[in-house]
Design a protein around this ligand. Structure first.
Ligand SMILES: Nc1ncnc2c1ncn2[C@@H]1O[C@H](COP(=O)(O)OP(=O)(O)OP(=O)(O)O)[C@@H](O)[C@H]1O
Ligand SMILES: [Mg+2]
Length: 268
């Protein structure tokens, strides 16, 4: 008998687990909206685990074609052989199919999702001349970051309205502290300092930053601390660096780091 792996570590932030499971049971498709590094991927992994479904993930990009999703004929030893794409595999297996950054895919690619995303739950495969009914358990989940959205890159309304939306934001400080401490394996006081710094950066109202500090960058700083770096150095490398290339903005971030993180190092 196969032993079920442990649940991916995910701490609920609001009612997202309830909404996801209710939508799943009703066979509805789901859109996860939120900034980078706020836990969307980890959340889907935890849901697939709880619902006991395989997870098929596709990272979308603007060269992604319908054939990349659905499948294509390939030459095999002089013969052509049909090879299922990840979407078709998920439809056959009754898996959760997670299309990450779905707005990156062109709209002519995402049209194939329509009959799957609504009550029909069907995938037409033109090249094979067949229409597959999704196996029980199949669920379509997409994610995107509304912050990056431009007029060119948006989901068609007809795609959006076929999905239940779950909004992700950053966790409350106490929850985020727990996540950072756990993921980076550092103590709670250190994690709390990083979270306070993250909160202060998020209050900056853009201030020249395209994206604010995510839970992911706070965890990365925590990991450097776990390796012995002093917190300020860790934050410079893992938080200030990734957030901006602009020298004025960088200076501002470094000042904040100095205010929020007390290293107790000799040059303090
Ligand atoms: N609620 C949470 N519970 C547990 N871990 C979390 C949570 N939120 C964020 N994380 C942690 O933050 C990190 C980033 O999360 P994740 O990769 O899921 O982000 P994402 O929203 O998918 O980002 P992107 O849009 O860039 O793909 C992960 O290492 C994860 O551990
Ligand atoms: Mg992700």
């Amino acid at each position: 008998m196969q032993v079920k792996p442990p649940r991916p570590y995910y701490v609920p932030v609001a009612n997202e687990e309830q909404v996801f499971k209710a939508a799943y049971k009703q066979g509805l498709s789901i859109a996860l909206k939120g900034p980078t590094g706020c836990g969307k991927t980890r959340f889907v992994e935890a849901m697939a685990h709880d619902l006991d479904r395989p997870l098929v993930t596709v990272s979308c990009h603007d060269d992604l074609t319908t054939a990349d999703l659905v499948g294509r004929f390939l030459l095999r030893g002089g013969d052509t052989e049909w090879v299922d794409g990840p979407l078709t595999r998920a439809v056959r297996e009754g898996a959760i199919c997670y299309l990450d950054e779905v707005v990156e895919a062109r709209q002519d690619t995402t049209v194939v999702l329509h009959p799957l995303a609504d009550h029909r739950r069907q995938l037409p495969i033109e090249r094979l001349g067949v229409t597959l009914d999704a196996a029980p358990g199949f669920c379509l989940v997409v994610s995107y970051n509304p912050g990056y959205q431009s007029v060119l890159k948006d989901l068609k309304d007809s795609t959006r309205q076929r999905m239940v939306a779950i909004e992700f934001g950053f966790p409350t400080p106490d929850v985020e502290e727990k996540i950072v401490a756990n993921e980076a394996a550092i103590d709670h006081d250190r994690a709390a300092d990083l979270v306070r710094l993250g909160q202060a950066i998020r209050r900056l109202e853009t201030g020249g930053l395209r994206e604010v500090a995510s839970t992911r960058v706070l965890i990365a700083a925590g990991r450097l601390i776990a390796e012995g770096l002093i917190p300020r150095e860790a934050a410079r490398a893992a938080i200030a660096g990734p957030l901006t290339d602009d020298s004025t903005v960088t200076r501002g971030l470094l000042e904040m780091i100095d205010v929020y993180l007390h290293d107790g190092s000799p040059d303090d």
